[in-house]
Design a protein around this ligand. Structure first.
Ligand SMILES: [Zn+2]
Length: 426
């Protein structure tokens, strides 16, 4: 008798556990097909897409139905370049001296939630103080809401390079000698150490800077700052741990070295030239353009006193270039993955990048693929995310109009599901 009762209980709990969600979609852009499909039902079981059926189906009496019949459903969007720990403001440089890791963590949790509610269910965080690793853990444990995160932990460059936080400061202002531990490394041996330290701390990807950058106090915005030998040492070491390398680069020479050195993606690529386009195509290197960041810093540079003069100059030089270079790169056939450098502008506005990509000549469907199937490929997650396909994670977003007709609608996400859980349904 007891046995029967136990078996009965097991059956009841099993059927309760097996509740499925039937998402009835008016239109879907699945990330792989080159056309919009109509009247499709996506069936979600747990955190996985269990099935995709033609027409509207609703399962059994215990199953749940989500009505998105007046919406267009897409795969969860992917931003390959964010910085969830911070958000640029006129006090950013000072904050480098005042904010503790705990301060950073509280604001990062808010930025992560904004990003998720904007429809970005996966992001690649390309560098911070290391709080981004704790943030990833907290989100995975369900302690706070945010996108699925792949993080670089701390980014790496040479002494005086883009990642050297002591740039432009008097020597004794920073009572600390920068080294591989801080992501500042010189020569192949130190680069290897810096990569291994990032792996040890839990990074999913390695980020380097092969040229100068805008938002640090060095005079160099785009000149090369890493040797080919150093880049190769990073890439080979990262490969040993199964990690890909993303490379911040503005100038053509630093871009060339990074591509030859074997990085997976060039971030920004502001002054990428015809030779770089050809090399990127040969090596299968992605360009992650971050147009919105370029425009944002160029706009902020026009506000008197927003940046110190050296940063204002660099922001004007580099920021305005990115959209035009992206346009040439796309037309030359370079692979593009969507990325925005969120944090350099306000978190949650990531989808503005789609509008800028389309303005630069990329068809809306291609821009969407850059943020879904292509981004998943760059992140090495093609089997799990990037398209609405059976067996992949149930990461879905929906909008009130067809984004192929009006790309701006992606800035107004109405529905967000990540890992089978609904975070927004308007
Ligand atoms: Zn960045």
């Amino acid at each position: 008798m007891n046995k029967i009762f136990t078996a009965l209980l097991a059956m009841i709990s099993l059927s309760a556990f097996a509740q499925k969600t039937y998402i009835q979609c008016g239109k879907i852009i699945d990330g792989t097909a080159n056309r919009v499909q109509s009247e499709i039902t996506i069936i979600v079981e747990g955190n996985i897409i269990a099935d995709i059926q033609k027409g509207y189906t609703s399962g059994g009496p215990t199953d749940r139905v989500i009505d998105l019949r007046n919406k267009t459903v897409l795969p969860g969007l992917i931003d390959c370049h964010v910085h969830l720990e911070s958000q640029q403001n006129k006090n950013t440089l000072l904050e480098g001296f005042t904010l503790t890791d705990a301060d950073i963590a509280y604001q990062a949790a808010i930025f992560a939630k904004r990003t998720l509610l904007a429809g970005f269910t996966t992001v690649r965080d390309l560098g911070g103080s290391g709080v981004n690793i704790s943030l990833r853990k907290a989100i995975n444990q369900g302690l706070t809401d945010g996108p699925r995160i792949l993080t670089a932990g701390r980014a790496i460059s040479g002494s005086g390079g883009h990642m050297d936080n002591s740039n432009g400061l008097r020597d004794d202002a920073f009572n600390h000698k920068m080294g591989p531990d801080d992501g500042v490394a010189d020569g192949a041996a130190e680069m290897i150490k810096a990569v291994r330290l990032q792996f040890k701390r839990g990074s999913d990807v390695i980020k380097i800077a092969s040229t100068g950058g805008v938002l640090d106090l060095s005079e160099n915005s785009s000149g090369a700052e890493m040797s080919l030998e150093e880049i190769k040492a990073v890439v080979e070491t990262a490969k040993d741990y199964g990690l890909k390398v993303a490379c911040h680069a503005h100038g053509a020479e630093g871009i060339k070295r990074a591509i030859i050195g074997g990085v997976a993606s060039i971030e920004h690529g502001s002054f990428m030239n015809a030779e770089d386009f050809e090399l990127a195509k040969q090596h299968g290197t992605y360009l992650v353009p971050t147009i919105i960041a370029g425009k944002s810093v160029a706009d902020s540079a026009k506000i008197p006193g927003f940046f110190p003069p050296v940063i204002a100059r660099k922001a004007t030089e580099v920021g305005s270039q990115i959209q035009a270079t992206f346009s040439k790169a796309y037309k030359a056939g370079v692979k593009i993955a969507f990325g925005t450098d969120a944090g350099v502008y306000a978190h949650g506005k990531n989808a503005l990048e789609f509008q800028y990509m389309v303005e630069a000549g990329m068809p809306p469907l291609e821009a969407i693929k850059a943020a879904t199937i292509n981004a998943a490929d760059l992140l090495g997650l093609s089997d799990k995310i990037g398209s609405i396909s059976k067996g992949k994670f149930a990461d879905l977003v929906a909008v009130d109009a067809d984004p192929l007709i009006d790309i701006k609608i992606l800035q107004k996400i109405a529905f967000v599901m990540k890992d089978g859980k609904i975070y927004k349904n308007q």
